[in-house]
Design a protein around this ligand. Structure first.
Ligand SMILES: *Cc1c(COP(=O)(O)O)cnc(C)c1O
Length: 452
């Protein structure tokens, strides 16, 4: 066999073009073979089909059809967020333009651990992170793999500023990655305040901040994962200021509302945070991964400084080569900002805001339909794109069974969430192409499986 072609270099695009045709063809045939939002048959059937296509993972001799066959299998067995009936998680359908930009990243393969591996990509990242931070009223931002890494970094920066006995204070509705980050960083056990209405109660927070001693970090949420609720940010920020306590806001879900004229007021108080987590692979329609941690004090990022002679020797830095190693705790790192920058420029702020406004309107429409339906119960009017609902008078087991039956049959992907002590079905409507008929279909599926 001749030496396989490369993706970049003068012949890269010509080598890629027919392979892309193969990929696009297999995406088409795979989706057709699936014929719905996810593959039918459940985990064992899907795993068997994958094993069937894959054969030997490391065959003695190569198979020229592997790209076609495995891509087909992946598409045939995908949960496709572009299908309107795939509406469980903060799992968005990526924009075609963003995915195309990501292909360029894979072809060029810049790595953001040193300038000599990513000259333009590092300049682009600096501009994009500064602009996004400015948009939410903060000073700077670093790129992360998502909200989990952003939350970890927020706790790390707080620990470096306030010491290793820093204690996290958050609500029971905070994302699980926050207490996990406290565990990972060896911090004391977090103080988890009850969230009876799904949000952090400022009075309970005030009482806790009055009582607790030692350095604290309050983490509020702008867009809870289960119900899409936004904590009362101005009141929380005021309590933190009064007690001189550091504030992190996990806006992984809701932060993109900063782009929408119609909805940005929901984020009032966000700019009072010391750090903010923001994901564009949720309400931003980016392929995974596209996350950010924004900081109010750019100098606070100095805590991430790291010296490795092969990447940022002192004399190289003095001579003007940008020092990138302190922009992340990772080393080799993809320029995930390219797809975000391409999206922001292609759609403009108003184009993205229109998408955000559309999916929030979809959620309201869906909630109206649930409310009007005698066999269904609505948890609450949606704040973001998440709607919790359940068959009326059903047991928790019956609600769980509705979801699993739809998954097993490959008919719909709905999520689940516990609220008010009961189990709810969760629809997260992130697909701006979803129409009224799709919403009606989703309701019919949820209701059709209700045990009599
Ligand atoms: C999704 C989410 C996270 C985790 O983000 P990943 O991108 O999945 O790592 C954190 N916080 C909230 C509120 C989220 O919705």
């Amino acid at each position: 066999m001749s030496t396989p072609p490369l993706a970049s270099g003068p012949h890269g695009p010509d080598a890629l073009r027919p392979l892309l045709d193969t990929v696009l063809g297999a995406l088409t045939t795979g989706a057709a073979a699936r014929g719905g939002p996810l593959p039918a048959g459940g985990p064992d059937a899907v795993a068997a089909r994958v094993t069937d296509v894959l054969g030997d993972v490391l065959p003695e001799h190569g198979d020229p059809d592997a790209l076609r066959d495995l891509t087909h299998a992946l598409a045939a067995g995908a949960a496709d967020p572009a299908d309107p009936l795939c509406a469980a998680h903060l799992h968005c359908p990526p924009l075609a333009v963003a995915t195309a930009a990501d292909l360029a990243v894979s072809a060029l393969n810049p790595s953001l651990d040193s300038w000599d591996q990513a000259p333009a990509a590092s300049a682009l990242e600096a501009r994009v992170t500064a602009a996004l931070a400015a948009r939410i009223g903060l000073a700077d931002a670093v790129v992360t793999t998502g909200g989990t890494e952003a939350n970890q970094l927020a706790l790390l920066l707080a620990r470096e500023a306030h010491g290793a006995n820093l204690r996290l204070v958050c609500s029971a509705a905070a994302h699980h990655s926050l207490p996990r980050a406290a565990w990972l960083l060896g911090l004391p056990d977090p103080v988890v305040l009850p969230a009876p209405n799904g949000t952090l109660d400022p009075a309970a927070l005030d009482a806790a901040l009055t009582e607790l001693t030692g350095p604290l970090l309050v983490a509020a949420t702008a867009g809870t994962t289960d119900a899409g609720l936004i904590d009362p940010l101005p009141e929380i920020a005021a309590r933190c200021a009064a007690h001189r306590v550091r504030l992190h806001i996990d806006a992984a879900y809701g932060g993109a509302l900063a782009l929408s004229d119609r909805h940005r007021a929901l984020l009032t108080g966000l700019d009072a945070a010391d750090t903010v987590a923001l994901d564009l692979h949720k309400l931003g329609w980016q392929p995974v991964a596209t996350g950010f941690l924004a900081v109010a004090d750019a100098a606070g990022l100095d805590a991430l400084h790291q010296r490795a002679d092969y990447l940022n020797a002192g004399d190289d830095t003095e001579a003007g080569l940008p020092d990138l190693l302190g922009r992340s705790t990772r080393t080799t790192r993809r320029p995930d900002v390219l797809k975000a920058a391409v999206t922001l420029r292609t759609l403009g702020r108003t184009g993205l805001a229109d998408l955000i406004d559309q999916v929030l309107t979809l959620a309201r429409d869906f909630a109206d339909r649930v409310e009007a339906h005698p066999g269904l119960e609505l948890y609450d009017r949606p704040t973001l794109a998440t709607v919790l609902f359940r068959p009326a008078h059903a047991s928790d087991d019956a609600v769980a069974a509705v979801r699993r039956t739809l998954l097993h049959e490959g008919r719909a992907v709905l999520g689940r969430a516990r609220a008010d002590g009961r189990l709810w079905l969760k629809a997260t409507l992130l697909n701006p192409h979803t129409g009224p008929d799709d919403l009606a279909h989703l309701l019919k599926l949820a209701e059709g499986h209700t045990p009599a």
